[in-house]
Design a protein around this ligand. Structure first.
Ligand SMILES: [Zn+2]
Length: 142
């Protein structure tokens, strides 16, 4: 992917830390959740239980928890900004299943990789029908 044409995303450091911590807690299983925004800026994470049968290789967000999170966002004046999940043993790139099953075309997709021990990687993508375009992540100050 060319690096000079990337769309940019600024993520607050605290939010990045929350994502990394959540991914590590999942251990060998993929974790997943929502990132909410306020005024167009990403602000907080909503961890959602992964109920996939093969949780080591894929994720499926618990439906009731998704509905609760969306409801809470509305009550807080937040919007759904991104969906995140982790890859315990593979790079921070979308799998074919991730692309095929992604059903929120208007939000970003973030992937956290625990693949390299000690060095966590986080990447963002805009997923379209059968393709994923990377979005550059910049760390914000707060
Ligand atoms: Zn994935």
């Amino acid at each position: 992917m060319s690096s000079n044409t990337l769309e940019k995303l600024v993520l607050p450091r605290t939010l990045i830390n929350q994502l990394l911590t959540h991914a590590q807690r999942g251990d060998e299983n993929e974790v997943c959740g929502f990132i909410a925004s306020r005024g167009g800026k990403p602000t907080r994470t909503y961890a959602i239980k992964n109920v996939a049968m093969q949780a080591t290789r894929r994720f499926e967000m618990e439906p009731a928890a998704q509905i609760r999170a969306i409801k809470e966002m509305r009550e807080q004046g937040e919007a759904l900004f991104a969906i995140y999940h982790s890859h315990p043993t593979s790079p921070a790139a979308p799998s074919q299943i991730d692309i095929d099953e992604f059903c929120y075309p208007d939000v970003l997709s973030l992937i956290i990789s625990l693949n390299t021990q000690g060095v966590l990687e986080i990447r963002a993508y805009r997923m379209m029908k059968n393709c994923a375009t990377e979005v550059a992540i910049e760390t914000g100050s707060s």
